[in-house]
Design a protein around this ligand. Structure first.
Ligand SMILES: Cc1cc2nc3c(=O)[nH]c(=O)nc-3n(C[C@H](O)[C@H](O)[C@H](O)COP(=O)(O)OP(=O)(O)OC[C@H]3O[C@@H](n4cnc5c(N)ncnc54)[C@H](O)[C@@H]3O)c2cc1C
Ligand code: SF4
Ligand code: SF4
Length: 1020
């Protein structure tokens, strides 16, 4: 039995739901979440719908699930199994008890390399499984675009299909057996029919019923089930009479697991499943065919497919342009282009021998010549280039969703599948349909199997529902004309279950209802999906219902760039601030989250460290964005924006800006957290600890004058405990030590009496045309590690630069206090105070900026504030001018190197290897590569980057007692283990002050250095 549920969460529940919550809490060991915020966070998936669930259970064991099904059945409460919640059609939303398998039920149960199978629990993520399998030389080859976050249970639920389905088939072709539980607790392994003789009587009865229905409907199956490779709508009654060119099983045997695949959790709960593995291809080659017209790309696909590639994927002109607009994707996509193609096809060949794949590539080149397009293929034999381009293709939909304004690309005819010979006609006519309805769609994805993704842009708050139906009907007519499938990849859910009758006719629809009733006579398993559904355009189920409005709120930062409207027909975007958002753009920025769940990924990149350690939807970018959206639209009750629930949701966000870069639609939660904190402190005030941290730059000069006193806490026994108790700073941490010898207090950096200009320090042999720079001494390096600034100065001097030290302007009312970027104020939501600091910085640096003198800083979180938050504080063109000239130390050197101006004499160091950890803000601003480039200038030094997310310290986050454990878990995810594995002769490099502190705390006896110190040591 769990701890009692929070009273507040229970207070608002109906008696039935209260009983459900209480019994689940008593009879399972799982997490029982019935509070409003949790229900809100589970009310959406990647579709246009929103339905509040009854509550959420995160089961720890199969027994928890069994108990939950039993309780739900007794209380007649529907049940909805869920993995990553990335379904596009509304499969995972419903007024049900949501059972989220992703947190605990995610183990590999068995690997049988002899039979090439693996048995897994439903909540395991595909990429995690494949990473686990890799050392064995095998993989699970249904490589969906959401591989980093979707679960195998969800993939089976939706009968998911990957980019390489032409070679490997869909999910259904790769499932050997499913160990399932029916609502009444009956369990059975659904597998090949002949092996199910010992199944429980209830299951035997279902099998007999299925046979009976299939025999009765044989003619109808042959008539109505489309004979295409991709068809995932309805139930797979055709396992008894297969229609697809790729049969369910190679030997024609009937496998009952295949009836459950694609059933969207409406028939049974998947406890475990056994999957068919494939050998990892030893060699791959990629050819990118560039087409002058979209029509040609579509028309020629059928010829390309004859070369037996394992994937042929489309990227159209709009997608190319959107990808080129993303700084991370631009260099990748540019390498794939010849001129300005209207479309490209990514054609992949894979197999055992690399010579064979290269030969296939040559055949592709020859084929394109024969088809009248000589010189149209970019050959990519290199694996890393291939991987990078596939990432762009996989991000396709998300790139498209980064469109601002209320009109969004909507998924409802997104995956109709047509035979290849009709692909060109079909796409051309559907494009005309879009135009007729005043919209556009972007085409991409699985050309090889005739399943092209397209999402017309619609405004669901306005006339979107009407247009959606009209377009769906016309698209349906085309699909029927070309004998295709309406649902070819993403399933039925809420948006397409209505179309099951259209696709399969009344007889099979009735047969599907009979199948549902045989498995689930109580009709409680994910009701309303596949059979007995609502209408696709039932606006009461929309996330953005007609008339949806955000509440009025005055944000502290400028969000007007999001407050726009876009016209899909003309592709124009209205001026910033004209979008009509009562929250002045903040709400629209929050609404950019389309719930695709990419923030649940665990691979490279930063996003989202708090999810990586908690695996909680609440501590995930998506969960935060949803909570903010619901609060900003008044759906969580009055004052929800400054509620304790919101505080708890934002608490573990470390403001790493990982999402700013990694979220495909650019949800910038760090900035949103500033808004939240700003409102919070206005209404609820600031804790003493937060005030102390925020105002650190103000009292720091005093601490520097009396370092012994201010450092007592680190030295007197028991003092740390007391500060933990009184202030909340973790006793398990040392706090950064104050220094009397601050950088700005050093005589060599002081301004001379009577000199109105900032101090200037020249390089060894300055010449009249010596380039100048301004060194911005941030609070942390100045007071805690001045040697870093001295090192930077020495390196810049050695490179011949004339150095000014940034000092407050003489007109500054607080001229005696050093400049500060305002970061500590921002981290407490004190935006006005941060703006005041920003104004001081601008006033001090503008004279340099106007002369074109670069501003250089060492601490990423400080210097990059000048390039980020300064621009949304309403500080005008002067802030923009400063931002354009503000560089991190290593960025500046790399910039000079590229321009051929860097003369830095360096000698080898005793250490021959450097391990680099990038600060999150460096990563968010693409500023890690410059560190690598500059370190690589040191002769004989091998530089390696640690694939790490946030170090977990994140400013003051990790110092706080309530965060200590989470902070250390973040560090232990990958950073500390990687550094621990390095031998003592390896240099550890980290530019972030807090990263260095975390590393020192986590690796007793070892420390990391700022890149400036490393270069200083290497000066010849
Ligand atoms: C950007 C984007 C790209 C996508 N690309 C692809 C693609 O390339 N190919 C593709 O096929 N799909 C794609 N999808 C759709 C979706 O990601 C896949 O269908 C994915 O496999 C769903 O996995 P999930 O874990 O998120 O499942 P969920 O969405 O959580 O669940 C899916 C279904 O499975 C059921 N289910 C989950 N667990 C169980 C269980 N234990 N027992 C019974 N039923 C269960 C659920 O009830 C639901 O009906 C994409 C979606 C997005 C947003
Ligand atoms: S926050 Fe970004 S990555 Fe996460 S679900 Fe929303 S849009 Fe996707
Ligand atoms: S800022 Fe970092 S911790 Fe916060 S939501 Fe974004 S990725 Fe997660």
């Amino acid at each position: 039995m769990n701890a009692p549920l929070p009273k507040q969460a229970l207070a608002e529940l109906s008696p039935l739901h209260l009983e459900l919550a209480t019994r689940l809490n008593e009879h399972t060991q799982g997490e029982v979440l019935f509070d409003r915020g949790a229900r809100g966070r589970y009310s959406t998936d990647a579709s246009i719908y929103q339905i509040e669930p009854v509550g959420v259970l995160l089961p720890r064991t199969g027994n928890d699930v069994a108990a939950a099904l039993g309780i739900c059945r007794e209380l007649s409460v529907p049940v909805l199994a869920r993995g990553g919640g990335t379904s596009q059609c509304g499969q995972t939303v419903g007024a049900a008890l949501v059972i989220d398998n992703s947190k605990y039920l995610n183990r590999v149960i068995d690997l049988d390399l002899g039979n090439m199978t693996v048995t897994v629990e439903p909540g395991i993520v595909l990429d995690h499984l494949n990473a686990w399998l890799k050392p064995h030389g095998v993989w699970f080859p249904v490589d969906v675009s959401t591989a980093a976050q979707c679960t195998l249970g969800g993939m089976a639920g939706n009968n998911s299909c990957g980019s390489r389905s032409i070679a490997y088939g869909n999910m259904v072709h790769n499932v050997v057996s499913i160990d399932a539980m029916l609502l009444d607790g009956t369990t059975a392994s659904f597998c090949e029919e002949s092996q199910m003789r010992d199944a429980p009587p209830r299951v035997q009865a279902i099998m007999a019923r299925l046979r009976e229905i299939a025999e009765r409907e044989r003619n109808e199956i042959e008539r109505a089930v489309p004979a295409v490779m991709r068809r995932v709508g309805g139930y797979n009654l055709d396992i008894f009479h297969p229609q697809s060119p790729r049969p369910y099983t190679a030997d024609g045997r009937i496998n009952l697991a295949h009836m459950l695949v694609g059933s969207e959790g409406t028939l049974a709960y998947t406890r475990q499943m056994t999957l068919k593995l494939s050998p990892l291809p030893a060699a791959k080659a990629l050819g990118v065919v560039n087409f002058p017209t979209f029509y040609q790309a579509m028309d020629m696909t059928r010829h390309i497919v004859e070369l037996s590639p394992c994937a042929v994927e489309l990227v159209d002109r709009t997608m190319i342009d959107l990808a080129r607009g993303n700084p991370a994707f631009r260099p990748v996509i540019d390498k794939a282009l010849i001129g300005e193609p209207e479309a490209i096809l990514l054609v992949e060949f894979a197999g055992e021998s690399s010579a064979e794949q290269v030969a296939s590539l040559a055949k592709l080149v020859a084929l394109m010549g024969d088809l009248g397009l000589p010189g149209s293929v970019v050959e990519m034999p290199d694996a890393s280039a291939q991987k990078a381009l596939w990432e762009v293709r996989k991000a396709g939909l998300n790139i498209m969703m980064s469109m601002r304004g209320d009109g969004k690309p909507v998924s409802f005819i997104e995956d109709c599948a047509v035979p290849l010979e009709h692909l060109a006609e079909y796409t051309s006519q559907l494009t005309d349909v879009f135009a007729k309805h005043g919209t556009k769609g972007t085409w991409y994805a699985h050309a090889s199997v005739g399943t092209l993704h397209v999402r017309p842009i619609l405004d669901m708050r306005n006339d979107g529902a009407r247009k959606m139906r009209a377009i769906a009907e016309e698209a349906g007519a085309l699909v029927r004309r070309y004998k295709g499938a309406f649902s070819g990849e993403h399933g039925d859910g809420l948006v397409r279950s209505e179309w099951v009758a259209w696709q399969f006719g009344p007889r099979l629809t009735r047969a599907f209802e009979e199948i549902k009733d045989a498995f689930d006579p109580d009709r409680l398993m994910n009701p309303g999906k596949i059979v007995r559904s609502s209408k696709m355009d039932d606006a009461s189920l929309f996330r953005f219902k007609p008339g949806y409005r955000s509440i009025e709120i005055k944000p502290a930062l400028d969000w007007s760039a999001w407050n726009v409207n876009s016209d899909p027909a003309t592709e124009t975007v209205s001026a910033p601030g004209t979008g009509g958002d009562p929250a002045q753009g903040l709400a629209k920025a929050v609404e950019m989250c389309n719930n695709n769940g990419h923030c649940r990924k665990f691979d490279a990149g930063t996003m989202c460290p708090s999810y990586r350690v908690t695996r909680d939807e609440q501590h995930l970018t998506r969960g935060r964005a949803n909570t903010l959206r619901l609060a900003l639209s008044g759906q969580l009750g009055p004052d929800a924006f400054t509620s304790d629930e919101m505080r708890a949701t934002m608490e573990l966000c470390v403001s790493c800006k990982g999402c700013k870069r990694d979220c495909p639609t650019g949800v910038d939660m760090a900035k949103m957290k500033i808004e939240f904190l700003n409102q919070w402190q206005q209404k609820r005030g600031l804790a003493l600890k937060d005030r102390l941290i925020a105002t650190l730059p103000r009292w720091a000069p005093w601490a520097a004058r009396m370092p012994l006193l201010f450092n007592l806490r680190n030295h007197i026994p028991g003092a740390a405990r007391l500060t933990e108790k009184w202030l909340g700073f973790s006793a398990q941490r040392s706090l950064p030590a104050w220094r009397r010898d601050t950088f700005l207090g050093d005589p060599t950096t002081r301004r001379r009496e009577g000199d109105s200009r900032p101090a200037a320090i020249s390089g060894g042999s300055p010449s009249p045309d010596t380039a100048e720079v301004v060194l911005f001494a941030d609070t942390f390096n100045n007071y805690f590690e001045p040697e870093n600034l001295h090192a930077a100065r020495q390196v810049l001097q050695a490179a011949g630069y004339k150095i000014h030290i940034a000092r407050p302007a003489e007109t500054d009312a607080q001229a005696k206090r050093p400049l500060c970027c305002g970061r500590t104020y921002l981290s407490a939501g004190l935006v006005d105070q941060a703006k005041a600091e920003a104004r001081r910085v601008i006033a001090a640096l503008l004279p340099f900026v106007e002369r074109g003198v670069p501003v250089i800083g060492l601490e990423p979180s400080c210097l990059l504030t000048l390039r980020d938050e300064f621009l949304v504080m309403g500080l005008g063109r002067e802030a923009e001018a400063l931002a354009a000239q503000a560089y991190l130390f290593e960025e500046f050197l790399a910039h000079e190197l590229k321009a051929g101006r860097l003369q830095l004499p360096l000698k080898p160091l005793p250490e021959k290897r450097a391990l680099l950890h990038g600060h999150c803000h460096q990563k968010a601003f693409d500023a890690v590569k410059p560190v690598q480039q500059i370190l690589a200038l040191i002769p004989e030094l091998k530089v390696e980057l640690v694939e790490s997310s946030c170090c977990g310290m994140a400013g003051s986050f990790g110092y706080e007692a309530s965060h200590y454990e989470t902070s250390m878990k973040m560090a232990e995810l990958s950073l500390l283990p990687a550094l621990r594995a390095a031998d003592d002769d390896t240099l550890l490099v980290a530019d972030g002050t807090s990263c260095r502190h975390q590393i020192a705390d986590g690796l007793a006896g070892r420390s990391a250095q700022h890149v400036a110190r490393v270069l200083q040591r290497a000066l010849a």
